[in-house]
Write a protein that binds this ligand. Structure first.
Ligand code: PLP
Length: 457
């Protein structure tokens, strides 16, 4: 063992934790396209958003120019309970792969919600409390966001109403009970509680729900209740801003040991963990100070970057939300029922979409059986049982490390390990029993959905 061996886990000191979030949009020459009013197709003004979102979060959402936002002390105090999160050198994985590559992962699963989503949940709950609201509403698919928000709301004593995609509500009773333990009320979506829910139920009686549909219900629940606002766990600019804490810590830890990554990899659902992880590195890239290969990994069954259209689309099924310009499969796109691994949103962060359109990052898609192979391989050598979402990034990190073995290049790879997979054991079971299959949508299936994109002049 050499003297200057990098520690297995690089932990920052508490005082080295970021005191401000970084807003990558400030350094983008081509800004992400603005949200549009779904009726007039004019850019949404802060006043129009005020009935739906918290005021301070709207400011963050619309701000393309301020590079840093101070993290309020109350949020930093909460972060300290589970941050800084470790940046781990995957020595065992490197050895097992017999690769000259150096692999690091930033582990965000070290909190009860089990994912990075808590970083933004606590910020959004804080601003809701600051505004004197009674509570917030949201949707959750796999349940990580709902869990994180429930924790954050109980910390700030806010009411939390979660619309949970019906199929998850039924298949993941443990997630549901964790949310209820933290005091949230959880409703399976679509529900007869909302007008939009009733409408969807009437039109598709047997439906097991979708994220887009749960979003519509949560927005309606917020806008029809006094003292409530809607909050969202991914996709939005404000969420990427809060998640920049991941990238800032990663960069600080690497800088501490003089390490420069060559490749940065993250899974991409709505883009929040990836956007957060890459933000400070992308900032350097945008300012011409450094270069990195940045790779977004998405499921082959829900391939918004790699097969979607870059266009304005609805963010929800009920078409009540503003229009966002993004890589999208169309708001009516629902991944095949056998898709297990989260990352099932039809669109993508408009910030990441612009960066991708400008050629500043790459994207690739992987099949779910390959994802679970990587997940199991990783669990066996590194110990952590990864979330299926995170395992998309593991898959590509392993593939890149294998390429280094062929070429003999000692590249430094950093990937985001966004969470743990304890609530995904039904999917693991299907994989172990050989019952997991891959479904890749055909061009016709995707076209049928993108043909329905709204026409925006
Ligand atoms: C929600 C989630 C994701 C995907 O969401 P992004 O907004 O794309 O980051 C990835 N991993 C885990 C563990 C999640 O809970």
């Amino acid at each position: 063992m050499s003297e200057n061996k990098i520690p297995y886990k690089i932990y920052l000191e508490e005082q080295e934790m970021p005191k401000a979030w970084y807003n990558v949009r400030a350094d983008m020459k081509n800004k992400p396209a603005p949200l549009l009013n779904p009726g007039t197709h004019e850019p949404m003004k802060a006043e129009e958003l005020a009935g739906v979102f918290c005021e301070e979060l709207i400011k963050q959402e619309l701000d393309d120019t301020t590079p840093y936002f101070e993290i309020p002390e109350e949020i930093r105090d909460f972060y300290k309970m589970y941050r800084p999160s470790p940046l781990v050198r995957a020595y065992c994985l490197e050895k097992k792969l017999n690769t000259p590559a150096k692999i690091y992962y930033k582990f965000e699963g070290n909190n009860t919600s089990g994912s990075h989503k808590l970083n933004s949940a606590i910020a959004q709950a804080y601003y809701a409390k600051q505004q004197g609201l009674k509570g917030v509403t949201t949707e959750t698919g796999a349940g990580q966001w709902g869990t994180a928000l429930s924790m954050a709301c109980s910390y700030f004593d806010l009411d939390c109403k979660v619309y949970m995609v019906k199929v998850s509500y039924e298949q993941k009773p443990f997630r549901r009970e964790v949310m209820r333990t933290y005091g949230a009320s959880v409703t399976p979506s679509p529900s007869p509680e909302t007008e939009v829910g009733k409408k969807i139920l009437a039109e598709f009686p047997g439906t097991t729900g979708s994220l887009g549909c749960a979003i519509s219900e949560a927005v309606e629940a917020a806008t029809t209740r006094e003292g409530y606002r809607y909050v969202l766990g991914s996709v939005l600019n404000q969420v990427l801003l809060h998640q920049s804490v991941i990238g800032l810590e990663t960069k600080a830890a690497l800088d501490k040991y003089g390490i420069k990554p060559d490749i940065i990899i993250g899974c991409a659902g709505g883009g929040s963990n990836l956007g957060g992880l890459i933000s400070p590195f992308m900032g350097e890239k945008l300012r011409g100070e450094a270069d990195y290969r940045i790779i977004a990994v998405e499921p082959a069954s829900c391939p918004s970057f790699t097969r979607g259209k870059y266009a304005y689309d609805f963010c929800d099924t009920g078409m009540v939300c503003p229009l966002a310009k993004m890589y999208t499969l169309g708001s009516s796109f629902i991944p095949a029922a056998n898709h297990a691994g989260g990352l099932r949103y039809h669109g993508m962060s408009s910030t990441l979409s612009q960066l991708y359109a400008d050629g500043l990052m790459e994207a690739t898609s992987v099949k779910q059986t390959e994802v679970f192979e990587a997940a199991e391989y990783f669990a066996r050598v590194e110990g952590i049982l990864p979330a299926p979402e995170s395992s998309h990034a593991i898959r590509v990190a392993i593939d890149e490390a294998k390429k280094c073995k062929e070429t003999g290049e000692e590249k430094t790879i950093v990937f985001g390990l966004t969470g743990t997979g304890y609530f995904d054991m039904v999917a693991y079971e299907r994989f172990h029993d050989g019952e997991m299959s891959d479904y890749i949508p055909t061009d016709e299936e995707i076209k049928a959905c993108t043909d329905k994109l709204p026409v925006v002049e």
